[in-house]
Design a protein around this ligand. Structure first.
Ligand code: HEM
Length: 448
């Protein structure tokens, strides 16, 4: 129990599912549309809610004080081994994203050096190179219509490959992106399944899951095996750091850690990049603003410091992260009994945290639905803007992600004017494990 939470509110339980609520709790409503149901309940009943998946209780904590309590003040009582993360672990294995306790600490300690500030001059150089290469390839295309979802994923995977594995992943691109994407879809299906027994379609999905996973693992193991052969003089390679770590990681652990980085590092960034292209087309004045500050420096980008100082691209990026946080919801599980605000927490209860909800909280964001990058002229209040999470499990790749995303917006706007291929286009959200676009994003790219 914590005195930092003087607000003794009790979590509100929205009405359960019609007809079957006494058995299913809120599971059917959540299954229909998890984000919509959570957001509507949040707007009607507030930022501290109680929901049930069958009999299992989940507290939705989405007020800044409650978030601080769960992620910082009493974080040791709320580790990450939720059913959701266990499902993710079936795809990426037990690595720094999904481990808890000592196992997590060992992994995070071994990996941390690759995100050392001293590495960022090197990362800046290769992100600049990868963004230039991406734009040159796009400029070579005859067609004016581009599949921006594809280009975003391709760029994000190249950046993660070059920065962490010293490979562009060009040859493995199709296998990694398609198989990972397939596995995420199948995982989402499993997470939202209602019937507790195995149906023929579930059996088919399970077979497809294990075959797809095998192909992905084999491809990534090939990358690791290639690295084993290479000399260590080129420096700074993530796989070498794991192979040479005093922790003596097993082969399986190394495979999981590499998969973790590829998964955590490209799916999220690729989604933000795609959503950013969408908002650039919806609000073309932001293309002009970003272009104008590039023009002021003669289109020369020479350091990460300079990228951070560009005003418009950073306001824009923050607003994209606020409106479309890829990790739109994540969870924790209570280890022992506790109190959050005025509600008892029982060991085993789940805690749901949603960057999407708190970043649309009407008490902290004026007109939260409106896309308005200028709102970031003022820094947001603590714990109201958490696209990268917070506390000891905060994202390891935040700095790398911000740099690569800002860079690709800058470079794209420098070379092209982006337009929708259809009038009055609206892109719906597809809130899966991460917050994707519902459809492929197409753009008409007019060379400047
Ligand atoms: C826009 C891009 C990204 C977003 C929005 C994002 C968001 C997040 C969030 C919210 C978490 C915490 C989840 C939780 O507390 O349960 C997280 C964890 C993590 N992220 Fe990211 N991420 C991004 C890019 C990256 C990149 C580029 C990398 C690697 C290069 C990365 C590596 C990780 C790792 C390793 C963790 C687990 C940290 C731990 O549990 O100790 N992420 N990310």
């Amino acid at each position: 129990m914590d005195e930092n939470l003087p607000d003794k509110r009790i979590a509100v339980c929205p009405p359960k599912d019609r007809f079957f609520g006494f058995i299913t709790g809120h599971a059917l409503s959540l299954r229909k549309s998890r984000l919509n149901f959570m957001y509507d309940s949040f707007l009607i009943y507030g930022d501290f809610l109680e929901m049930f998946l069958g009999k299992r209780r989940t507290l939705l904590v989405n007020d800044p004080a409650g978030l601080k309590y769960v992620l910082f003040d009493n974080a040791k009582n709320y580790p990450k081994n939720t059913p959701g993360y266990q499902r993710v672990a079936e795809v990426i294995g037990q690595g720094v994203f999904t481990d808890i306790g000592d196992e997590w600490r060992k992994g995070r300690r071994a990996i941390q050096p690759i995100f050392n500030p001293s590495k960022f001059d090197h990362y800046f150089g290769l992100i600049l190179e990868e963004s230039d290469k991406t734009l040159s390839k796009m400029l070579e295309e005859k067609d004016e219509e581009f599949n921006m979802s594809y280009w975003s994923t391709r760029y994000a995977l190249h950046v993660i490959g070059r920065s962490l594995l010293n490979e562009s992943l060009e040859d493995s691109f199709d296998i990694i992106s398609q198989k990972l994407s397939k596995l995420i879809d199948l995982t989402e299906k499993k997470m939202t399944a209602i019937l507790p027994f195995k149906t023929p379609s579930k059996k088919r999905d399970e077979k497809e899951f294990s075959e797809t996973l095998h192909i992905l693992d084999t491809e990534i193991q090939k990358i690791i095996d290639r690295e084993k052969e290479k000399s260590r003089t080129s420096g700074g390679n993530f796989i070498h750091a794991l192979l040479d770590s005093p922790e003596n990681f097993t082969e399986q652990k190394i495979l999981s850690q590499v998969k973790t980085m590829i998964f955590a590092g490209h799916e999220t960034s690729a989604n933000v990049i795609t959503w950013g292209f969408y908002f650039l087309m919806k609000f073309p004045e932001w293309q002009d603003k970003i272009f104008s500050e590039l023009k002021e420096c003669n289109f020369e980008i020479t350091s990460e410091e300079q990228v951070k100082k560009f005003k418009y691209v950073n306001l824009f990026l923050n607003e994209v992260l606020r409106k479309r946080p890829p990790a739109w919801s994540f969870g924790r599980v209570a280890v022992s009994d506790d109190m959050i605000h005025g509600s008892h927490v029982k060991a085993g209860d789940l805690i749901s945290i949603s960057p999407y909800l708190v970043q649309h909280h009407p008490d902290y964001w004026e007109n939260p639905e409106e896309f308005n990058p200028n709102r970031f002229e003022k820094p947001p209040l603590p714990m109201t803007f958490i696209p990268y999470g917070a506390g000891q499990r905060v994202c390891m790749g935040e700095r790398l992600a911000n740099l690569e995303i800002a860079m690709i917006y800058l470079k794209t706007v420098e070379k092209f004017k982006l337009q929708f291929t259809e009038e009055e286009f609206e892109m719906p959200m597809n809130p899966q494990v991460s917050l994707r676009t519902e459809k492929t994003l197409m753009a008409r790219m007019v060379k400047r």
